[in-house]
Ligand binder design. Structure first.
Ligand code: HEM
Ligand SMILES: CC(C)=CCC/C(C)=C/CC/C(C)=C/COP(=O)(O)OP(=O)(O)O
Length: 300
């Protein structure tokens, strides 16, 4: 980590603090948490449910802010991230650190005091996982960074479920596994078409270190257990047929897009359309799957 020293030409405003929380990515994180909570067998009091989801959102936002605090130097080197508040020089690093730590502590304390200790403990683990294990430890060291670090983003369904029930059972564990196994195809599809950005910044993402062919094969390889975990809850009797039908169709489409990416090689000047399609659909896919889980639980 190095510091990025800029005179703060324009002082940060609330939009910059919001940007620190990575709001677009965190929408899906919060959605999976909300759905994990709503899919649980015990309904939670609406005010407590709202509080739990707020804690997930604040904790995820805190993790995003601490990631940006630590990575200001990297973000300054990549086109995609150059405009963020720290590398763009609109905010000093200390403000981002204070904001991130404050939000993290507040979200965990509120979860522990208002909801329960299990939900607070898993929220703490996910923040620490993203900030310490992924951002500080693995991201700059190994192309397996997102496989291991990706666990951070898979915790929210467990947090939601634990908030409603005070325990963790097989279905929320399978939801964790689904997001965990989904993360490599989600991220590596993107990494294939922004490879040069990562290479220039010296981040050892898989396409940079192991090459395009290996990355494509790995996308295919992770999709197989992901698909199994995605569709297994219905045959196991953990969900009803609505989830069963939606999961089969949505997962088959994911597998088709992933297979296309896995089995091709891009030529010079390629627009990387199949990779972009897989990345875009990967986001829609989790919305569909978790949405179906809740509809199944409440309609069936
Ligand atoms: C270590 C694991 C992950 C990595 C490295 C990763 C990386 C990325 C990157 C680089 C982007 C693109 C650009 C951006 O910053 O907006 C992105 C987009 C996105 N990611 Fe991930 N991701 C990971 C896990 C997750 C998880 C667990 C979720 C949610 C459950 C998620 C949800 C999203 C969403 C919704 C977008 C689209 C954002 C938009 O529309 O701008 N990601 N991801
Ligand atoms: C509840 C809780 C704490 C959830 C944490 C959620 C979490 C770990 C999400 C991971 C998704 C994410 C923003 C990855 C970006 O990777 P990156 O940081 O390498 O991307 P960048 O290059 O855009 O900074």
């Amino acid at each position: 980590m190095t510091t990025v020293d800029h005179p703060l030409a324009i002082p940060a405003d609330w939009r910059d603090f919001l940007a620190l929380t990575k709001p677009r990515v965190m929408t899906l994180v919060v959605f999976t948490g909300l759905c994990g909570m709503l899919a649980a067998p015990q309904a939670i009091d609406p005010i407590l449910g709202f509080t739990a989801v707020l804690c997930i959102a604040l904790g995820a936002g805190a993790a995003g802010a601490l990631n940006m605090w630590y990575e200001a130097d990297l973000d300054a080197q990549m086109k995609r991230t150059r405009g963020r508040p720290l590398p763009a020089g609109r905010m000093d690093r200390q403000s981002a650190l204070h904001f991130g730590v404050g939000l993290a502590v507040f979200s965990v304390l509120l979860m522990g005091l208002a909801i329960n200790l299990i939900a607070a403990a898993i929220l703490t683990a996910s923040i620490l996982f993203y900030v310490i294990i992924y951002t500080v430890w693995l991201k700059r060291r190994t192309p397996q960074n997102i496989v291991i670090g990706g666990a951070a983003g898979a915790f929210p369904p467990l947090i939601g479920w634990a908030a409603a029930t005070g325990q963790v059972t097989l279905l929320p564990f399978l939801l964790f596994a689904l997001v965990f196994l989904w993360t490599p195809p989600h991220f590596w599809a993107l990494a294939l078409f922004v490879k040069t950005d990562y290479a220039n910044a010296g981040v050892p993402m898989l396409p940079v270190v192991a090459g395009e062919r290996t990355t494509r094969h790995q996308i295919g390889l992770y999709t197989i257990p992901m698909a199994a975990v995605a569709v297994v809850p219905w045959p196991l009797g953990l969900t009803g047929p609505i989830y069963g039908a939606v999961s089969i169709v949505a997962t088959a489409f994911f597998a088709l897009l992933a297979a296309r990416v896995a089995l091709r090689m891009a030529a010079d000047g390629d627009t990387m359309a199949p990779e972009k399609r897989l990345f875009g659909y990967s986001v829609a896919y989790l919305f569909i799957m978790f949405g179906a889980l809740v509809v199944d639980r409440w309609v069936a």
